[in-house]
Design a protein around this ligand. Structure first.
Ligand code: SF4
Length: 355
């Protein structure tokens, strides 16, 4: 099977790191449930990436996660793995999740030399979880910059492309405790426009949907967090105009696939806000780990969601139905029992330039 008209990019995440010493606000990452792929699974992943490549999909980004690599209990297994080295060579670049909070310089020297072996001749992107209230803290950001620099000094054979700060707005409301003022909108502006973050790429995340959304507590918390953030982003955009970049908050236009390996299964997860992965059954690839297997899973999911949206009053007549269906947003709503629109794009519809 070959779909000549489809030219998509592949983001492939290996959820293999275990354990993490940190407790970022609202983190719902599974710190212990990420098992190492068997040799057979590694072979199936290699074959899948080759098959996708043959079918006009571009393996763009391999991500090693989900927890901070430096405090991961299996970090040496990950960083010295010939299988991961082979896999990274199939992708344009490799993203490494690292909080850069370890206080010891010698650990960054070791991390750099291990990454130099693992990604030799390739490109690296660092993905850094970051609490929103640190955006104004120059000393904190400079400390992270220095540790990244030290790591890179020990990676002469790898080219650094960018450092990506994932700004955690899980609490949605951020307060200046001294003055008891809500500063969420100002921080959303600074996520996109702050001299302190110069040279770093920053984006908003809401890492909330890894847990089972059929559980009422999880679904209520997810709904409340996403609606509050949607409200703040809309207000920030209306207040600060184009300085607040809304493009990343919109459902993607189906130009890429986010594929996750986790504990022996593959998932094609939703995209509503950056970093929002779900391992609910609906996102699992049930067919073969081939282009055809994934394509069928994608198309079936798309059609089911368009059907669901046509019966959901809030979505009827909305011009964003295809975008939301491509990115798994209606499935998120369905399994969480939500009928009201959760997409920030809807409230900013008049500000989107349609191409
Ligand atoms: S933007 Fe909202 S209303 Fe429109 S299709 Fe998506 S979820 Fe439904």
């Amino acid at each position: 099977m070959k779909e000549d008209n489809i030219k998509k990019l592949i983001d492939f995440t290996l959820e293999v790191t275990n354990g993490c010493r940190y407790n970022c606000t609202g983190c719902s990452i599974d710190k212990d449930g990420n098992s190492w792929p068997s040799d057979e699974e590694f072979n199936k992943i290699f074959a899948l990436v080759d098959d996708l490549d043959k079918n006009e999909f571009r393996p763009m980004n391999l991500q090693i996660g989900p927890t901070d690599i430096m405090t991961s209990v299996n970090k040496d297994l990950v960083l010295t793995s010939p299988k991961i080295k082979m896999l990274s060579k199939k992708f344009l670049k490799t993203a490494i999740n690292c909080a850069f909070l370890d206080p010891f310089n010698e650990n960054y020297i070791k991390l750099g030399s291990q990454l130099n072996w693992l990604l030799e001749g390739g490109l690296v992107k660092f993905v850094v979880p970051f609490e929103a209230y640190h955006i104004d803290n120059k000393e904190y950001v400079d400390r992270i910059r220095k540790r990244i620099q030290l790591t890179l000094e020990n990676m002469p054979d790898v080219k650094h492309t960018k450092t990506y700060l994932l700004i955690n707005y899980e609490t949605s409301s951020v307060y200046d405790k001294e003055n008891n003022t809500n500063i969420t909108e100002e921080l959303i502006l600074k996520t996109y426009q702050s001299p302190i973050l110069d040279g770093l790429t920053a984006d908003i995340i809401l890492p909330h949907t890894r847990t089972d959304l059929r559980v009422e507590k999880n679904s209520t918390e997810f709904y409340s967090a996403v609606m509050k953030l949607k409200e703040y982003v809309t207000r920030a955009r209306n207040k600060y105009g184009k300085s607040v970049d809304i493009a990343e908050l919109l459902p993607h236009e189906g130009k890429d696939w986010d594929i996750f390996y986790k504990a022996g299964k593959l998932y094609m997860t939703p995209f509503l806000l950056e970093g929002l992965a779900s391992f609910d059954d609906e996102y699992e690839v049930k067919g073969a780990w081939t282009f055809e297997g994934l394509y069928n899973s994608y198309i079936n999911g798309f059609l089911e969601q368009v059907d669901w949206a046509s019966k959901n009053t809030a979505c009827q007549g909305c011009q964003l139905v295809p975008e939301c269906a491509e990115r798994g947003i209606h499935t998120l709503m369905k399994i969480s029992g939500i009928t009201e629109c959760i997409s920030p794009a809807k409230s900013l519809e008049d500000k989107i330039i349609w191409t």
